[in-house]
Design a protein. Sequence first.
Length: 228
Amino acid sequence: MSVQQGGPKPGGGPGGFNKPGGTGGGFNRPGGGGGFNKPGGGFNKGGFRGRFVPRKEAEHRINQFIRVPQVRLVGENVEVGVYNTPDALRMAQDQQLDLVEISPTADPPVCKIIDYNKFLYDKKKKEKEMKAKSKTAEVKEIRFTPNTDDHDFDFKAKHAENFLKDGNKVKAYVQFKGRAIQFQERGQLLLLKFAERLAETGTLESMPKMEGRRMLAMFAPKSQKKKA
């Protein structure tokens, strides 16, 4: 007895599991295309979004993320006062700007109506400029002996002046070796003379003092005022 081949199979599908309502392999996925079914699609469509849509958690609470009932508005483009949050949001929307919470711990929280993207850009730019201007100060050492001659003194004073002009501090010290320790007064006079020489570029932070077999004096740079 022969077996009939090529006949239709129950369910209409070509081989494998019976897949109601669909064709081809794989699991039956109701509701259309792949991935998760996202009702409404996109990010908060239809609601107030302002000009700034954060891709990650923002530094400040803004727009619809401000969930307190009332806020205090400040700034040049509003009448300062306490507003219901929906009203403040509407005011920001009317100006095509963002409602930004700048002081969340206040009661009620303080907000401004600003362009948040511009605010972040200006903030980042200012931080970058401050970082460029703030150079880490170093402490440069200048060493003397009680018998330092005038030529060596002038040479080291010029180096100290350059260090101070670059924004560094200068630690000047007189090293006493052996019996030279008895000439502490000479070392003190030398450091005071050094302070007088550096008066235009540096400030003596404290009077010369002994630390072990050294007499130290620390100099800080003077702020350089730009000439008009």
